[in-house]
Design a protein around this ligand. Structure first.
Ligand SMILES: Nc1ncnc2c1ncn2[C@@H]1O[C@H](COP(=O)(O)OP(=O)(O)O)[C@@H](O)[C@H]1O
Ligand SMILES: [Mg+2]
Length: 358
């Protein structure tokens, strides 16, 4: 199972510019978490701080129990090996083909033979749907393929923690769903702790077990997905609805005068830019049938049961519904799928669809 990452009161500034302060959260081991926030709120800075590429001036970041803010460079070097990171642009070397890009961390950090490296690289390219593209240069493939290549490279050292910065940026909604599915499947297969930084609402509503949001230099909330998705917090509602109406403005936040002017405009019937009103919870994505059962689901269920009484009422209701809906049926569906695959038969998809819809 992946390791725990915990931040305690971390604060980061560049010169006199405070990026965020007093951020405390725990990424539960082996679960998928997402950090939302408008552009420029410091999501990428947060992600880089977790691997020690940037150093917060206050607070502690514990990775598997080691505080990486204060540990030695040598320890930090070791801790970094636990991470696989997909940076926003994929960060591939433009002059290397996909095979060499994906092989790079293995050649750099291990003494594996070329034939072992080949085996691992081909396995990860297969996992990310890139078999056959290994000779292509990054400039010759689509943005979606570059993302997947970046993910393949993030996976070669068998990371226990995977950090993903804006997996959807530059992708159309369909390709975004495919990469979402891939992230869930990877979690099912290797049980790593995953943090996705994103401002994609659909991804946030369907992928993570836990969600947090950065706004106005604070972590507005962080917890089980049900908490944020049922939140009445104006900034959260505005963000989830992609609406101009609310505290988030053109460049992060707006002042009261601006908000009042716009409010009058919307009340007079001006379109606030949002689509259909987004309310409540939609089912979380599941691992692709035939994948191993995603262990995080059962673990999270236990964890959430224990802390449920501390959560807002709406979140409790939503959690109770999802607990009732998921109980046993999912395990059953996967057992059936496993059975079918053992027997070489086709999956009984009706079972799975029924359980998906509760
Ligand atoms: N290395 C750096 N030096 C100075 N300022 C930086 C650096 N990296 C990021 N910033 C600033 O930090 C703020 C947050 O950036 P970022 O984390 O990229 O936001 P997000 O990923 O949420 O869009 C921005 O104002 C950006 O200019
Ligand atoms: Mg960013």
């Amino acid at each position: 199972m992946g390791v725990e990452v915990r931040t305690e009161g971390v604060t980061k500034s560049f010169g006199s510019q405070r990026i965020w302060q007093d951020v405390s959260l725990t990424l539960p081991p082996g679960e998928v978490s997402a950090l939302l926030g408008p552009s420029g709120t410091g999501k990428s800075v947060f992600l880089k701080s977790l691997i020690g590429l940037l150093r917060p001036e206050r607070g502690a970041i514990y990775v598997d129990g080691t505080n990486i803010v204060t540990c030695s460079n040598k320890d930090l070097y070791e801790i970094r090996k636990l991470f696989g990171v997909l940076f926003q642009d994929g960060a591939l070397f433009g002059s290397m083909n996909l095979f060499d890009n994906v092989a790079f961390p293995l050649r750099e950090h291990t003494k594996k033979s070329e034939s072992d490296i080949r085996k691992i690289v081909m396995e990860k390219l297969d996992l990310t749907g890139l078999l056959g593209a290994e000779d292509k240069l990054p400039g010759e493939i689509s943005g979606g393929m570059r993302k997947r290549a970046g993910l393949a490279r993030a996976l070669v050292l068998d990371p226990q923690i995977i950090l993903v910065d804006e997996p959807d940026s530059g992708l159309d909604p369909v390709r975004t769903s495919y990469i979402s599915q891939l992230l869930i499947d990877i979690n099912a297969q290797i049980d790593a702790t995953i943090l996705i930084v994103t401002h994609n609402i659909n991804l946030a509503r369907t992928v993570p077990d836990n969600i947090g949001m950065l706004f106005r230099r604070q972590l507005v909330m962080f917890g089980p997905r049900e908490v944020l998705l049922t939140s009445e917090e104006p900034v959260v509602k505005q963000f989830l609805n992609g609406s101009m109406q609310g505290p988030i403005g053109m460049s992060e936040e707006k002042d009261e005068a601006q908000a009042a002017r716009e409010q009058a405009m919307f009340e007079a019937g001006h379109h606030d830019g949002s689509g259909q009103e987004i309310e409540g919870i939609i089912p979380q994505m599941r691992a692709t049938p035939g994948m191993p059962y995603r262990q995080a689901v059962a673990r999270r269920k236990e964890r959430v049961r224990e802390t449920m009484h501390t959560l807002p009422h709406a979140a409790q209701v939503a959690i109770r519904e999802s607990l009732a809906e998921n109980d046993d049926t999912q395990v059953l569906a996967y057992n059936n799928a496993d059975l079918a695959s053992y027997e070489g038969g086709a999956y009984d998809t009706t079972v799975r669809h029924n359980t998906t819809n509760g």
